[in-house]
Write a protein that binds this ligand. Structure first.
Ligand code: ATP
Ligand code: IP8
Length: 260
């Protein structure tokens, strides 16, 4: 089983609200189709669909007043729209993709997954389908509601289903010692151990991001790698990278692993 996260920074133009990058979505769908991975779960991020609306209504901070309910609905609807684009692109390439809305199968407690109903996911995989999940609004046992990141979903699914590998498709080449967008002298970390994650300088994401950007992504992925599941970060901006990463072939990026 491979779990692939398509970063919101790749499938949308993250600085422009509600702007998908349809050409990239189409290319990535064709790379997924060509990879031939038999058991695959796809998770995608929010990019400029999820984050700006969630931020406007402070959905990630939990329920404070009824006016936020409109934001809850709008955030979910925006994510459904983005999910539709991803799923349609995958289907057009012959991938048996099926949307799986996280609002209906996860709850959290103070932002951390508390309950997960994975039976539909397992059943879809058993039939050879490719479930497509995404960062979403979820109901929270203490906060009322919050935002669950695609990264936390990736970690939960990979750990619960004992994935063989996780691939994270980003808008940068991998994990650097500091944010490559702000520091031209940043160095790509080709291999990273979970215990070295705290020493990585994770910069704030330039666009609106309510789920903690690279710092939170790294801590979620460190949990996965610590359990013995390798996580590979690569740039989905470069054609062919995701295809090779899915096949387990060598490509520029960062391997986060406890086995080195
Ligand atoms: P989304 O949360 O919308 O799904 P994503 O998963 O694609 O987005 P981001 O949360 O935007 O990814 O994180 C990627 C960004 O993290 C990069 O664009 C980069 O500028 C930033 N970043 C900060 N610190 C680092 C670092 N040390 N190495 C690599 N990228 C970093
Ligand atoms: O982009 C957040 O998921 P992420 C999704 O994976 C929303 O962090 C709705 C903001």
């Amino acid at each position: 089983l491979v779990v692939l996260k398509l970063g919101g920074s790749v499938i949308t133009v993250k600085e422009e609200p509600l702007k998908p990058d349809e050409a990239t979505i189409k290319r990535l769908a064709s790379e997924v189709a060509a990879s031939g991975v038999e058991e695959l779960v796809v998770v995608h991020g929010g990019g400029s669909f999820g984050h700006p609306i969630a931020d406007r209504y402070s959905i990630h901070e939990g329920f404070r007043e009824p006016g936020q309910l409109r934001g809850l609905a709008e955030t979910h609807l925006a994510m459904e729209e983005l999910n539709k684009l991803v799923v349609e692109a995958l289907i057009a390439e012959g991938v048996p993709a099926v949307p799986l809305p996280p609002l209906s199968c996860f709850t959290t407690r103070r932002g951390i997954i508390s309950k997960a109903f994975l039976a539909p996911l397992r059943a879809l995989l058993a039939l050879g389908a490719v479930p497509v999940l995404y960062g979403d609004v979820v109901m929270d046992e203490e906060l009322g509601f919050t935002i669950l990141s695609g990264d936390q979903i990736v970690a939960h699914v990979a750990l619960s289903l004992a994935a063989t590998r996780v691939v994270l498709a980003l808008d940068v080449d991998g994990v650097f010692n500091k944010d490559p967008k702000k520091h031209p002298d940043a160095v790509l970390l080709e291999v990273l151990r979970p215990e070295d994650v705290p020493s990585v300088e994770a910069g704030e994401v330039a666009a609106v991001d309510v789920t903690g950007g690279m710092a939170r992504k790294l801590s979620e992925m460190a949990r996965v790698a610590s359990a013995g599941i390798p996580v590979f970060f690569t740039s989905a901006r470069k054609p062919g990278n995701v295809l090779k990463a899915l096949r387990g072939e060598k490509v520029r990026g960062t391997l986060l692993t406890s086995k080195c």
